[in-house]
Write a protein that binds this ligand. Structure first.
Ligand code: GPU
Length: 801
């Protein structure tokens, strides 16, 4: 089918007719996409079956990565690349006068995640398969992924996302492997051989039906599985309100919650979490029991990883299955559970730490709640032995306290490994946030610095830079990303620099065209493309970026001789629909864009662009075009960041705080190749402790600050004067929780240095190439190998067709 371009063309045309019932002439682009997608999936399926058979026959340990989000992005292009058939397909299509790129754009961009956490899970899947590691993803098949963002008069409007509207060629429904999930009801107590036994008698049963998607490794025969669960009615009883039962069950997988690092605390979310956990565990245990007779060996064959605390009920659910269904004692079940489960923490922000009120939890999941109570009692008894009389400490560490179930505590107590996602973040966990737990379990805590798959963020997103790298150092880096460092010997070669400059220019032209089409704004290719794309959140400080642009506007207006390197400020961000402040910032960016872009003089030097509906596919156009990467979170607040790595890999220079993985990027490339500024994490934490920060002082003493803050409310923008009052208040009345004003001066300084540095073109190009050369460390291949060796204890299994 893909062995040569002629056989491809032949199969494609035949398949187009048989699938769409149309001749070549009538077929639409979408028909062509569906045809090609189906051919590719069929091509994958023999490898997929082979992989599954091998995993069964080898019977080695496998890992299951449980995540409430998988932000996959489009799959056609990536699968073609990984399978090594992109060229054949592209050439064959060209001869039929079809553009592969246009076909690729027919695929919807599955947004089953919010931001970094979900995208990390997707990168991990790619690396697991490419490293031939037996690892699978388990998640939810949301009917509607993250909302589509429309901007109307500068305001964000949310529309339901509809990725399944035209079907999903990559999934296979597996109704035979469906399992039942129990909600509500009561516990039946019995006595078995003199010991108490418990059984949950449910009031509501929901069917979880798996949809499997293949995860294709790069140029290997391994095809792992992403299993996404769909909620459906289980069975209809005689006296049942059929309609409301159907509606209620299906609602469980209708929507992805649009919160990023923020806990919503709604009962439907709790249902989603248990639905994911229970269906995944039941299915994992079933497949384990097919090959293994002794449930007591589970942890030697199965590792279960929970991506943040959203799937933390894996701990009590595994206990339930082992005790209530497999008849193990508490002690045996606990030994197996804690040796099976491991946990990654992705944030220290208090508002993101999940805490469920007992009054919601207990009625919905009575047996799970009962088990958590028992875990808590045993844990507190241990603490009491260790810290006799220290009530406060124990209350503070308890899993259940003050009417709340603390999911992070449950995850820590119930797992064998707790990792942070960057060195500084793991250190903060150990020494501050989770200090008391670290004291009790010093060996459980560890760090696994995040990574991204260079196969999507370089190979797929930036074919131009990929060719240049291949021409310079060969192709080994694609499988061994650390080899990108070989570029370092060449970064001073004028020819490489020149070719890199051409690549960057080409990608800036492509993005500029998109901006012209979508925003109607003409941007200058020779200006610095200065980009901040990420979820909108106060701690990420898009506001600091905005205030800097306002300051530049003021300088340019006031001083006709003020001259700087021209810049295009590019933003992309979705705000949680209920996050009032974040939505105001989006409006502010638009009002600023209006002001700046319409000023005949100022707009010759700076422009502001907000790109609507930021998502994976748009990101693939943005990263390759960036000159400057904005990573300006308040130090200590961004656990890692992963956008920072994507920019670096595409040769952008970072303007960043000493936060998250920015620090490790600096350590890799050297202090001279990054622009750092602002408070350090210890300084921020100290301010938070001693309460000595007074944002008002900065307002009074720095005229630049006073001017821009006043402009938020004095009619400077053509909006209503109250429009941005909440933002001004956050900075002054509420004492600027994220130290925007404290870091303002330092940010202005570093941005001035960026502008000057850009003018030394030769040096800038060298620095950009040094960033690319050192980006290999930030490949998720390295991260995943660290998890495999240090946490999961799994080995690669070479699938060979
Ligand atoms: N992160 Br918790 C999310 O994207 N969503 C969440 O709900 C939580 C964390 C992010 C962190 O903010 C980011 O710093 C990190 O790089 C990413 O997870 C992956 O670890």
């Amino acid at each position: 089918m893909f062995s040569s371009k002629d056989s491809f063309k032949d199969s494609f045309l035949k398949r187009l007719e048989s699938m769409c019932g149309k001749g070549f002439e009538e077929a639409t682009k979408r028909d062509q996409y569906h045809t090609l997608g189906n051919m590719v999936r069929e091509y994958i399926s023999s490898k997929w079956i082979e992989t599954n058979e091998l995993y069964r026959s080898e019977n080695k340990k496998q890992v299951y990565y449980l995540s409430i989000e998988f932000l996959l992005g489009r799959l056609l292009g990536q699968n073609l690349l990984n399978l090594g058939i992109k060229e054949v397909v592209e050439e064959g299509l060209n001869e039929l006068n079809i553009s592969l790129k246009e076909i690729e754009e027919c695929e919807s961009d599955p947004a089953l995640g919010n931001g970094g956490l979900g995208r990390l899970a997707a990168c991990f899947l790619d690396s697991l398969a490419t490293l031939n590691l037996p690892g699978h993803g388990y998640g939810i098949r949301y009917k509607h992924g993250l909302f589509d963002q429309k901007i109307v008069d500068g305001y964000q409007v949310e529309l339901p996302e509809q990725w399944l509207r035209h079907g999903n060629v990559w999934e296979v429904r597996k109704p035979d492997e469906a399992v039942e999930i129990s909600f509500w009801g009561r516990i039946e107590t019995g006595v078995d051989d003199g010991t108490l036994s418990f059984r949950h008698v449910a009031d509501q049963k929901v069917l979880a039906v798996p949809y499997d998607m293949p995860v294709v490794g790069y140029r290997v025969d391994t095809v792992n599985t992403l299993r996404l669960w769909n909620a459906e009615p289980a069975s209809f009883g005689p006296n049942q309100d059929v309609l409301s039962y159907k509606r209620e069950t299906e609602a469980i997988t209708d929507f992805l919650y649009p919160d990023d690092t923020h806990d919503e605390g709604k009962i439907l979310r709790l249902k989603q979490q248990y639905f994911l956990v229970s269906s995944s565990l039941q299915s994992i245990i079933k497949s384990y029991k097919k090959e293994n007779s002794n449930i007591r060996d589970l942890h030697h064959y199965v590792a279960i990883h929970i991506n943040d605390t959203h799937p933390a009920m894996a701990v009590p659910e595994l206990m339930r299955i082992l005790m209530d269904q497999e008849d193990l004692s508490w002690e045996d079940a606990w030994h197996i559970t804690t040796n099976t489960v491991s946990y990654t923490n992705h944030t220290i922000l208090a508002e993101a730490l999940e805490k469920w009120p007992i009054y919601l939890f207990k009625p919905l999941l009575p047996r799970i709640y009962m088990i958590i109570e028992e875990i808590n009692e045993r844990f507190c008894a241990e603490l009491w032995d260790r810290y006799p009389g220290e009530w406060e400490r124990i209350e503070h560490m308890a899993i259940i306290a003050h009417g709340l179930v603390k999911m992070a505590h449950l995850a820590i107590v119930g797992s064998n490994s707790i990792n942070g996602v960057a060195k500084i973040h793991s250190d903060i966990l150990k020494n501050r946030e989770m200090k008391s737990f670290y004291e009790v379990y010093p060996t459980k805590f560890n760090n696994k610095t995040n990574g991204i798959t260079h196969r999507r963020w370089l190979l797929k997103a930036n074919p131009e830079l990929t060719s240049l790298i291949n021409d310079t150092i060969g192709e080994d880096w694609i499988k061994q990303p650390e080899k990108l460092i070989d570029l370092k010997r060449h970064v001073y070669h004028p020819e490489l620099k020149e070719r890199f400059a051409q690549v960057k220019r080409k990608r800036k032209e492509i993005l500029a065209k998109k901006i012209a089409d979508k925003n109607g704004i003409q941007v200058d290719i020779d200006s610095i493309f200065d980009v901040q794309v990420k979820r909108l959140h106060a701690y990420k400080r898009q506001l600091l970026n905005v205030l800097h642009i306002m300051y530049l506007y003021n300088r340019l207006k006031e001083d006709a001789n003020y001259s700087i390197q021209p810049r295009t400020f590019i933003f992309g961000a979705k705000a949680s629909p209920t996050y009032y402040y974040a939505k105001k910032i989006i409006k502010l960016i638009h009002s600023l864009a209006e002001k700046v872009n319409n000023d005949p003089r100022v707009s010759q030097t700076i422009k502001v662009v907000f790109m609507e509906n930021y998502r994976v596919s748009l990101a693939e156009d943005i990263f390759p075009a960036a000159d400057v990467s904005e990573q300006i979170s308040t130090a200590s607040k961004e656990a890692s960041g992963t956008g920072n790595m994507k920019f670096m890999m595409n040769g952008a220079l970072t303007v960043g705080t000493l936060d998250g993985a920015n620090i490790e990027i600096m350590e890799e490339i050297g202090e001279g190749n990054i622009f750092t500024f602002g408070l350090t994490a210890p300084e921020v934490l100290k301010y938070e402790e001693n309460g000595r920060y007074r944002s008002m002082e900065y307002y009074h003493h720095d005229l630049r600050i006073r001017q821009v803050i006043d402009q938020l409310t004095n009619g400077f923008f053509s909006e209503d004067e109250g429009e941005f009052e909440a933002i001004a208040d956050s900075l002054l009345v509420q004492n600027d929780q994220y130290f925007v004003l404290r870091d303002f001066a330092s940010y202005i300084d570093i941005q001035e240095k960026v502008g000057t540095a850009y003018q030394d073109r030769g040096k800038w190009l060298e620095q950009a190439l040094i960033n690319v050369a050192h980006s290999g460390y930030f490949s998720s291949d390295r991260t995943i190998q660290n998890y495999a060796d240090g946490i999961w204890n799994i080995e690669s299994i070479g699938v060979k067709m």
